[in-house]
Design a protein around this ligand. Sequence first.
Ligand SMILES: Cc1cc2nc3c(=O)[nH]c(=O)nc-3n(C[C@H](O)[C@H](O)[C@H](O)COP(=O)(O)OP(=O)(O)OC[C@H]3O[C@@H](n4cnc5c(N)ncnc54)[C@H](O)[C@@H]3O)c2cc1C
Length: 497
Amino acid sequence: MKTAYDIVVIGSGIAGLSFALKAAAAGRSVAILTKKNRADSNTNFAQGGLAAVMAAEDNFDNHVHDTLVAGDGLCDEQAVREIVRDGPARVRELVAIGLEFSRDTHGQFDLGREGGHSHRRILHVKDMTGKAIEEALLRAVAGSERIDLFEHLFAIDVVTAAKVGAGAVAAGGNRVLGLHALDVREHRVVSLAAPVVMLATGGAGQVYLYTTNPEIATGDGIAMAYRAGVPVRNMEFIQFHPTTLYTAGGAGAVAGWPRFLISEAVRGEGAILRNFAGEAFMPRYHPQADLAPRDIVARAIDAEMKTSGTPHVWLDIRHKDEAWLRQRFPQIFAGCEKVGLNLAKDLVPVVPAAHYTCGGVATDLRGATELPGLYACGEVACTGLHGANRLASTRCWRPSWWRIAPPPRSRTICRRCRRRPRTYRRGRISVATTPTSAWCSPTAGRSCGGRCGIMWASCARPSGWSAPAPGWAISPRRSMNTTGIFRWIRSCWSCAT
Ligand SMILES: Cc1cc2nc3c(=O)[nH]c(=O)nc-3n(C[C@H](O)[C@H](O)[C@H](O)COP(=O)(O)OP(=O)(O)OC[C@H]3O[C@@H](n4cnc5c(N)ncnc54)[C@H](O)[C@@H]3O)c2cc1C
């Protein structure tokens, strides 16, 4: 087994697989670790679909507004704007790898509606969207020569320079060096070396007794990041899905499902929540009634159950035709049939259950954590997209699609001066040296001849800055003042041209 890669990705859901594909396309060698079978993920369970602005009557501002409202004022608006704008491009990428979203009779995307959305914007593959995405991504990964996917390899911990010891820290500052993982079948611990580790381990729903999340969702990535000293945030914001199938036996009534989900898309198609008195109670709680944001609907159901002393409420979509329901929601229809319910004829008993981890490992929009080399994307990450609650089907999948800056190759030591990247600060501006920068590697060690628009080797220190290591260029970092730094980049430090 190869033990050194450019990038190790932990997790084989939508986030990990899609990131790995992009990294491989950029020429990186990638190992994907997954602790069970490759398709065991929350992704594989997703029913409703993906939210993106695709309809002519919709626009980005609407989607941003809906997301901010659902997040209850605690989203990072900049993050929301960027991720929402990215949606259509990400959809096109999924289509390009062969995903066939459901279409209407005119061949257009059949856009569904879910809670909190002011417009129809949920792309779906019937009610098995996640399974279709997982299959398409796994097919694409299987076709990549640069990706090795290891099943039953359970990541235990990220190895950092700080954990290894003072010598490693002195050589290049604290950063990621690789990870340890348990080979579950062979009962042995393996270590992989990589300068970049991407956490794509999903959420933590399994910490709750009743959850829609499969067994894998145990928050491992959050724990690993925390142990590496990386901040996690918003962990108090757990989204409860309002409508999971209630059965007297509790979890597992529908084989393979911890709690069988009745997608919000069913309410999007007109289903109504009723209490035991038969009252459609949601208009009492919110103007959007049954399509209010999830947290409001879940709390309303909880209030109804507590005030009436009943173990669940009812979901009613009996006004829809059976053939249509079977065609639009084949999985949900079949799941209900397994417990003796016909969606077209019966009221369906539903209760809320833990569903989505809104918080997670604190990252910027590239997925970068505070620890150099450690990235996070997908449900494990907290980018500021969700705030206190997540808008239905709006997931943080975007960082997985490579707006993350291309991570450095494993050759992180400068070929010329043998030094590692370093960061220099002046006030609130920070800059990082990097051997893979376009400004550095082609030019290192040569004279600029007084006409460069780039940084050169052996540059003198600019006044007011701490000295960079010779042989390194300076490249912008996220916290820098862009205007200021580009002035630096445009002039050579040795000749000041
Ligand atoms: C029932 C259900 C329905 C949903 N419906 C929708 C929907 O309609 N629309 C929507 O947008 N979202 C939906 N979601 C949420 C969505 O599916 C997830 O947020 C998303 O799939 C998360 O993707 P991910 O790649 O971040 O994580 P996951 O898909 O959960 O993948 C995590 C991966 O990490 C692996 N892993 C975890 N820990 C370790 C470890 N220690 N070592 C090695 N591997 C590890 C797991 O095995 C898995 O492969 C739904 C979720 C559920 C449970």
